[in-house]
Design a protein around this ligand. Structure first.
Ligand code: 5GP
Length: 200
């Protein structure tokens, strides 16, 4: 029995963990389904990476210095945290609490290791893996984003290649071949999970 599942007050609150290689389209698919679920919100992660053009502190991420990140770590503020492609990322427990307190279901967009940490923890969650149809397409998408250096893209491709086997840990796999179709698939997954009893 999962601790998060055994009280009626927590019964309605879900945690969806959406993971997959950088560039697979996690953010786009998540944004695509949000309008169908007013009770669903994305938790804002903390990161030490530099903001990309157009990103706003407190909207895409909480952009922290290494020292600030360390202070949160020391205080035990993270549900999970990782070093990923040269930067640090973490989910603040306060973000999940804040959303759950307003009666929201939570989506966490995490890289693989963070997703597996959540799965192994005490919080009931549904894991969804999003992937590109193939590596060529993934690289094309990363390059078309034009915000990361070649070195960073290479690093992200190497991580993606290492993770091909990862999807067996996930309850659902969505291949982002066609955005409209993939959004509909993610929507159906969330609908199905929200309609089913929460089991720990
Ligand atoms: P990006 O730098 O492209 O925004 O994110 C890089 C990767 O970090 C993505 O796969 C994203 O899902 C993941 N990520 C973002 N926030 C978190 C977090 O709080 N924890 C973990 N484990 N991964 C995160």
């Amino acid at each position: 029995m999962n601790a998060a599942a055994d009280t009626s007050s927590s019964r309605a609150r879900r945690v969806f963990v959406v993971s997959g290689p950088s560039g697979a389209g996690k953010g786009t698919l998540i944004r695509g389904v949000m309008k169908y679920f007013p009770s669903l919100d994305v938790a804002i992660s903390a990161t030490t990476r530099a903001s990309r053009p157009g990103e706003v502190n407190g909207r895409e991420y909480w952009f922290l210095t290494d020292e600030e990140f360390d202070a949160h770590l020391a205080a035990g503020d993270f549900l999970e945290h990782v070093d990923f492609a040269g930067n640090r990322y973490g989910t603040l427990l306060s973000e999940i609490d804040r959303l759950h307190e307003t009666g929201r279901h939570v989506i966490l967009e995490l890289e693989l290791h963070g997703a597996l940490t959540v799965e192994e923890g005490s919080m009931a969650s549904t894991l969804v893996w999003i992937e590109s149809p193939d590596f060529e397409e993934l690289e094309r998408r990363l390059r078309s984003r034009a915000s990361d250096t070649s070195e960073e893209i290479e690093r992200r491709m190497a991580v993606a290649r290492e993770q091909v086997d990862a999807k067996r840990h996930f309850q659902y796999v969505v291949v982002n071949d066609d955005q409209t179709r993939a959004i509909a698939e993610l929507q159906a997954i969330i609908e199905r999970e929200l309609a089913s009893p929460l089991v720990g």
